[in-house]
Design a protein. Structure first.
Length: 140
């Protein structure tokens, strides 16, 4: 199939696919946690909520930590090595969105985790949409 589309002839196109997979994994994960998981937190009995919250944080970090590293690394790599015809501005926007997400996570969401405040899914969704657009442009 890749020969028909002409995709996959360059190693940077594989970087783009890894970036796409990592980003969409993170987008799906954040939507799941925000819409399903966090709303269930108040149902945990009060004496177990601290242990539950700590376990949630530890397990979530194990699940998303590697994906966050892969996403950040491939996003940065795509700024310097882009698929042919992809404007630098597009990859820079992706880098800005990843940076906003990471800063927001580290400075806002993690410290307020016990309050279970919602995360603005629009940034993650914008990042996911951008990576899909970049991938479609690279393929076609």
């Amino acid at each position: 199939m890749r020969r028909v589309l002409g995709f996959g002839d360059s190693p940077v196109e594989y970087v783009l696919l890894v970036n796409l997979a990592a980003t969409l994994f993170m987008v799906g994960g954040i939507w799941f946690v925000q819409l399903v998981h966090y709303p269930l937190f108040p149902r945990v009995v009060s004496e177990g909520v601290i242990l539950y919250s700590k376990a949630h944080s530890r397990l979530t970090a194990c699940m998303v930590g590697p994906q966050m590293l892969v996403e950040a690394a491939t996003t940065l790599l795509l700024v310097f090595r882009r698929p042919e015809g992809l404007p630098l501005a597009t990859t820079l926007i992706g880098l800005v969105l990843v940076t906003v997400v990471r800063l927001s996570t580290g400075l806002l969401q993690v410290p307020r985790h016990t309050v279970f405040s919602g995360f603005d899914q629009r940034v993650w969704s914008a990042l996911g949409a951008l990576v899909l657009w970049i991938s479609a442009r690279a393929i076609y």
